[in-house]
Design a protein around this ligand. Structure first.
Ligand SMILES: Nc1ncnc2c1ncn2[C@@H]1O[C@H](COP(=O)(O)OP(=O)(O)OP(=O)(O)O)[C@@H](O)[C@H]1O
Length: 581
């Protein structure tokens, strides 16, 4: 069962338990074939009236031994073969997860999470089936099948020919059906992936669906996907049933032939009733290996289809990775320099998002980034986080070209509050303490105070132990923002980036948070993207972006004096303030 490089390595890793398991399996098969022979001996001795107590006792003792060996052997192969299959599934899942973590933003833009989940659930299960029951079926059918056929041939060559020819014919027919089945399984899996994608997105956007009263429209779309999956699944199952019918018909016809032909040769030759019983028992033993072979083919075809999907996923290029020969970990002071930086997103290389950006941010400065929506503010900070590759000699952290540092090194030195304020379904304490294992509650509460969210937290019945998300409380937008800020502050990194992170709090709370930032970020660099001028007016400098260009850099007073766009923004916001006021 050669799958491909992502799996073949596990053959080596689990070679010993797998081989031990297969040896136990083959030994069980070997002793199992002895049973019909013992019965045949007893029957013939009975017929000849030569059965003595000693012979009977010996036969029973041999049977007891065989059963004991079979019990122990079955336990052993189950542990070794099925155990290894579970380990392979576990290891592959782990490397898939690590790969998923390494994949860049561009991958997640193209691939939906629901589809990704089907690799982790259905496709991995298909691989496990191939390595557990699949290996069992493959060796059972080959080894048990062979020794049974040899013994059957020793008993009667002609009858074995009569029995084996239809079985071989069945194998050929089954092969064609299995090929079809593989194709149908792939279609079924693809359909399942589309349905999962759709379901995941619908649940994520359930509030929007409700707000637009589009439940019926979504249900209709879901029904289409559900129907499609149903049809593809039924189509696949029909082929599976067809193969079972073919097998059953062939086997029963062969049994009939054996009974008729066997009875005839028992009457007309020296073929004894004991031999006929043994032969018949052997043939019924042969049914399992034949069935196992066809089931193995089906399991394998599903696993191959699943592996191809996993391979496509594992083969997805990690677009953002360390350059060769990156410097060993550097401690950064927080100085940032953009030098004529141009940037276009990899999926749209023709459209330049940032143009010729040259600006310096000194260690310890508090810097506001302002600009109309879509002007490139988030892109500007995403590049600092090294979420994308930039050309060399365009962006420096201290005196290091960002491309010469490891991604881990860069991100380790930056604390970040993302625009969507994503929080994990975990306790508030663990969310705030995400940057360090087991952060004490006093430390988390210190940062929560700075982010002005401590009072909200202690209002919850379980305080810092309150679970957030699916299993716990639902937080308001402002609470989520402030917990995200506390989480970033708790990282206490040389550079802190807040991407539009105080938009959901009132101006008084915003003022308090900014004041706290000024106090605790002394000597450390802080970059705050904002839409409200009130958020950044007191900062050391303001970077004004417009349509991907750096329009101006200076203090609030400087920009107010000389920059028309800034004056316009201030005027508009004052007006809005007055109207609201
Ligand atoms: N992953 C991406 N791929 C391609 N284009 C993108 C991507 N992300 C953003 N853009 C484009 O880059 C431009 C700048 O977006 P960006 O999010 O940096 O602006 P912004 O100033 O932060 O906007 P806002 O204030 O609305 O958050 C936009 O035109 C946007 O469509």
């Amino acid at each position: 069962m050669i799958f491909g490089k992502h799996i073949n390595k596990y053959y080596l890793k689990y070679a010993i338990p797998m081989i031990l398991g297969v040896i136990a399996l083959l030994y069980v098969d070997y002793v199992q074939v002895e049973i019909p022979r013992i019965f045949a001996g007893i029957i013939d001795k009975l017929r000849e009236s030569t059965l003595t107590n000693t012979i009977l006792n010996e036969s029973v003792l041999r049977l007891v031994w065989i059963v004991l060996i079979m019990v122990v052997g079955r336990v052993l192969w189950r542990v070794f073969v099925f155990g290894s299959a579970r380990f392979i599934e576990h290891d592959l899942r782990m490397s898939m997860f690590l790969h998923a973590e390494a994949l860049g933003v561009d991958f997640y833009k193209e691939h939906k999470v629901g589809g990704l989940m089907t690799h982790f659930i259905n496709d991995l299960e298909a691989i496990r089936q191939a390595f557990g029951p699949g290996i069992l079926m493959l060796f059972d059918s080959l080894f048990l099948g062979t020794i049974v056929i040899i013994r059957m041939t020793q008993l009667s060559r002609e009858m074995t020919l009569i029995a084996v020819i239809p079985l071989a014919l069945m194998g050929v027919v089954a092969m064609f059906i299995i090929k079809k089945m593989r194709m149908k399984y792939k279609l079924r899996q693809d359909s399942f992936e589309h349905m999962s994608d759709f379901t995941q997105e619908s649940f994520s956007g359930i509030n929007v669906i409700r707000a637009f009263v589009k439940e019926v429209k979504e249900a209709v779309f879901f029904a289409e996907k559900n129907d499609d999956f149903y049809k593809k699944h039924v189509d696949f199952v029909k082929t599976m049933i067809l193969i079972n019918i073919v097998i059953t018909v062939f086997i029963n016809l062969t049994i009939l032939t054996i009974i008729a032909y066997g009875a005839w040769i028992a009457i007309t030759s020296d073929f004894t009733p004991g031999m006929l019983t043994e032969y018949f028992t052997l043939f019924t033993t042969l049914i399992w290996p034949v069935m196992a072979l066809s089931q193995f083919a089906s399991i394998r075809s599903q696993a191959v289809a699943s592996y191809k999907r996993i391979q496509t996923f594992m083969g997805a290029k990690v677009s953002v990775k360390d350059e060769k020969n990156v410097k060993p970990n550097q401690t950064l002071s927080g100085r940032i320099t953009f030098k004529h930086l141009d940037f276009a997103y990899p999926d749209d290389p023709e459209r330049q998002i940032l143009n010729d950006i040259s600006v310096s941010i000194e260690k310890g400065e508090m810097v506001g980034v302002l600009g109309r929506t879509g002007s490139g503010k988030s892109t500007f900070v995403d590049l600092l986080l090294r979420l994308y590759n930039v050309k060399s000699d365009a962006l420096y952290l201290d005196d290091h070209d960002i491309m010469s540092l490891s991604i881990h090194n860069v991100r380790d030195q930056i604390a970040y509050v993302p625009q969507d304020n994503f929080l994990f379904s975990d306790t508030i304490l663990n969310n705030i303490g995400f940057s360090e294992p087991s952060m004490p509650e006093e430390k988390a509460s210190y940062y929560a105070r700075l982010a002005d969210v401590h009072d909200n937290i202690i209002d919850f019945t379980h305080g810092y132990q309150t679970e957030i998300g699916e299993r716990g409380v639902t937080l308001s937008g402002g609470q989520k923002q402030r917990i995200s800020i506390a989480r970033a502050l708790a990282k206490d990194a040389p550079i802190l980036i807040l991407d539009d992170s105080v938009s959901a709090v009132d101006t008084k709370t915003e003022e308090s948070i900014i004041k706290h930032l000024e106090e605790i970020r002394q000597g450390k660099t802080t970059i705050v993207i904002a839409h409200r001028i009130s958020t950044i007016r007191k900062m050391d400098k303001i970077i004004l972006l417009d349509q991907g260009h750096l329009l101006d850099v200076g203090s609030h007073e400087d920009l107010l004096k000389r920059n028309a766009l800034y004056q316009e923004m201030v005027r508009k916001q004052e007006l809005e303030h007055m109207v609201e006021g």
